[in-house]
Design a binder for this molecule. Structure first.
Ligand code: SAM
Ligand code: SF4
Length: 441
C-alpha cells in the first residue's frame, strides 16, 4: 500500500472523541497529509469509535465494510477510540481490511503506525503509557469560534455498567500550564468559547503557576482572565465532584455559561447503589438546589439509563419522579446496554428489550415536554448568541444562547460574532430570533 497523501477522520460518540479526532487531524496535517472532504476521497480513513453502547460498537464493523470502493480498492483503514481499546487484536480478526488499531491513549503514535501500514505491516497499539500523549502532539492548528479542550481523562469511579474506566484508563488531570497555554492558542486562532472536557471534568485537580492546589473552579477563573475569550463551559460532571468553589463560580464568573450537565442515571436509590454511583437521589437534588441558589437561571441537563438489571416498574417511576423534581432543560437518555467485562453485564436479572423500549419512550416523552417548556420560556426574551455556522437558508446563521440552545436567525453579522437577539419562536430543539439592529431598523 502507498503512503497516504490525504486523510479523513470520522468521530463517533462523546465530545472527547470529537476533540481527539481534531488532534489526530492536526497530527496528520503536521506530517504533510491533507484533509479530504469525505471518506470516499481519502487515502487514509480513521474511524474514531465509541464503545459506550452496543449499537455504537457494532456500527464500526458495518462502517469498515462500507469503505470498500466500487473498483474493489479500499483506503488505508485505522480504527481508533474506545472500540480499538476494548477489542484490540479482535478487530483485524473480524475485519481483516483494518491496517491500524490505536487506542485513545496512544494516538500520538499514529504517524509511525501509518508508515508501518504503508510497508504492509499491520500496526496495533492499545498501550496506556504513564507519559501522557499530550506532550507528543503538535500545537493546535485550525479553529472556529467554539473549541473543545480536554483537561481530564479517564475515570476511577467504576459505575457497574460503564466501560470508560477500562477503555480510557485511570483518572488523570492535565497540568495547569498545558491547559492555559492551549486555551491561549485556541483564542489566538479565533475561539470565543472554550468547553473544558473530561469524563469527570469536575474532578480535575492540579497546581497553579504559584504551586497552589486548584480545582476546576480555579482553572475556570484563570481562563476567565484571558482576553478575547467570551464564554466558558465544561462537561461532563459527576454529582459527587460538584465542589462549593465550583458552585460559587457559577454565581460570580461572568464568562461561565449558565448550563450544567449533571448526570443522575436513575431516580431510585437502590438502582443507584447497584450502579455504584456513590451518590443518592437526595444528595443529587441537594447539589441542584445549591447550584440554582448560586445561579438561579442555570439550565440543568442530565443522563439517564433505563432498564438497568433488576429495575422494577416502581423504580422506573422513581426516575420519572426525579425528572419532574429537577425539571431539565435538556437531557440524554439511553436503554441499558450490557458491556462486556463490566459487573452489570454479569447480573442475572437483565430487563427484556420491549420493557426497556417502553420505559425509554415514556422517559423521553417527559424530557421532550420539559425541553419544549424550557425553550418556550425564552420567547419574548433578549439574549446574546454566539454565531457558530451557516444555516440552510441564505443569510441565515445558527448560534448558541448562553443556555446552549441553538438559535436560528437572519443577520449580516459574521460567524464568531456575539449578537444581541430577541427570541421570537421556540421548538423542542431550537429557537428562532431576530438581531436587535434589524428590529430597530
Ligand atoms: N462520567 C459521566 C457520568 O458519570 O455521568 C458520564 C460519561 S458516559 C461516557 C456518558 C453516558 O453514557 C453516561 O452518563 C450514561 O448515561 C451512558 N452510559 C454509559 N454506559 C452505559 C451503558 N452500559 N448502557 C447505557 N448507557 C450507558
Ligand atoms: Fe462511566 Fe461512571 Fe466513570 Fe461516568 S463516573 S465515566 S458513568 S464509570
Amino acid at each position: 500500500m502507498n503512503s497516504p497523501r490525504t486523510f479523513h477522520v470520522k468521530s463517533f460518540g462523546c465530545q472527547m472523541n470529537v476533540y481527539d479526532g481534531a488532534r489526530m487531524a492536526e497530527l496528520l496535517e503536521a506530517e504533510g497529509l491533507a484533509a479530504a472532504p469525505d471518506a470516499g476521497a481519502a487515502d487514509l480513513v480513521v474511524l474514531n469509535t465509541c464503545h459506550i453502547r452496543e449499537k455504537a460498537a457494532e456500527k464500526v464493523y458495518s462502517d469498515i465494510g462500507r469503505l470498500k470502493r466500487e473498483d474493489g480498492s479500499r483506503p488505508m483503514i485505522a480504527v481508533a477510540g474506545c472500540v480499538a481499546q476494548a477489542e484490540g487484536a479482535e478487530i483485524p480478526r473480524r475485519a481483516p481490511s483494518v491496517d491500524i488499531v490505536v487506542g485513545p491513549q496512544a494516538y500520538h503514535r499514529l504517524p509511525e503506525m501509518v508508515a508501518s501500514a504503508a510497508r504492509g505491516e499491520r500496526a496495533l497499539d492499545t498501550d496506556m503509557p504513564v507519559q501522557s500523549k499530550f506532550g507528543a502532539l503538535p500545537a493546535r492548528r485550525r479553529q472556529g469560534p467554539t473549541a473543545f479542550l480536554t483537561v481530564q481523562e479517564g475515570c476511577d469511579k467504576f459505575c457497574t455498567y460503564c466501560v470508560v474506566p477500562y477503555t480510557r484508563g485511570a483518572e488523570i488531570s492535565r497540568p495547569w500550564a498545558a491547559i492555559v497555554d492551549e486555551a491561549r492558542a485556541l483564542i489566538d486562532m479565533g475561539a470565543r468559547e472554550i468547553t473544558l472536557l473530561g469524563q469527570n471534568v469536575n474532578a480535575w485537580q492540579g497546581e497553579d503557576d504559584k504551586g497552589h492546589a486548584q480545582g476546576l473552579d480555579g482553572l475556570i477563573r484563570a481562563l476567565d482572565a484571558l482576553p478575547g475569550l467570551a464564554r466558558i463551559r465544561y462537561t461532563t460532571s459527576h454529582p459527587n465532584d460538584m465542589t462549593e468553589g465550583l458552585i460559587r463560580a457559577h454565581g460570580d464568573v461572568e464568562k461561565l455559561m449558565p448550563f450544567l450537565h449533571l448526570p443522575v442515571q436513575s431516580g431510585s436509590d437502590r438502582i443507584l447503589k447497584a450502579m455504584n454511583r456513590s451518590h443518592s437521589t437526595a444528595s443529587y437534588l441537594a447539589v441542584i438546589e445549591r447550584v440554582r441558589a448560586a445561579r438561579p437561571d442555570i439550565a440543568i441537563s442530565g443522563d439517564f439509563i433505563v432498564g438497568f438489571p433488576g429495575e422494577t416498574q416502581a423504580e422506573f417511576q422513581d426516575t420519572l419522579e426525579i425528572v419532574r423534581a429537577v425539571n431539565y432543560a435538556q437531557a440524554y437518555s439511553f436503554k441499558y446496554s450490557p458491556r462486556p467485562g463490566t459487573p452489570a453485564a454479569e447480573m442475572s436479572d437483565q430487563i427484556a428489550p420491549e420493557v426497556m423500549d417502553e420505559r425509554l419512550q415514556r422517559l423521553q416523552a417527559l424530557l421532550t415536554e420539559q425541553q419544549l417548556r424550557f425553550n418556550r420560556a425564552s420567547v419574548g426574551k433578549r439574549t446574546t448568541v454566539l454565531l457558530e455556522r451557516k444555516g440552510k437558508r441564505p443569510g441565515q446563521l445558527i448560534g448558541k444562547s448562553p443556555w446552549l440552545q441553538s438559535v436560528h436567525l437572519e443577520t449580516d453579522a459574521a460567524i464568531g460574532d456575539l449578537v444581541d437577539v430577541d427570541i421570537l419562536s421556540a421548538g423542542p430543539n431550537s429557537l428562532g430570533g431576530a438581531p436587535l439592529m434589524e428590529q430597530a431598523a
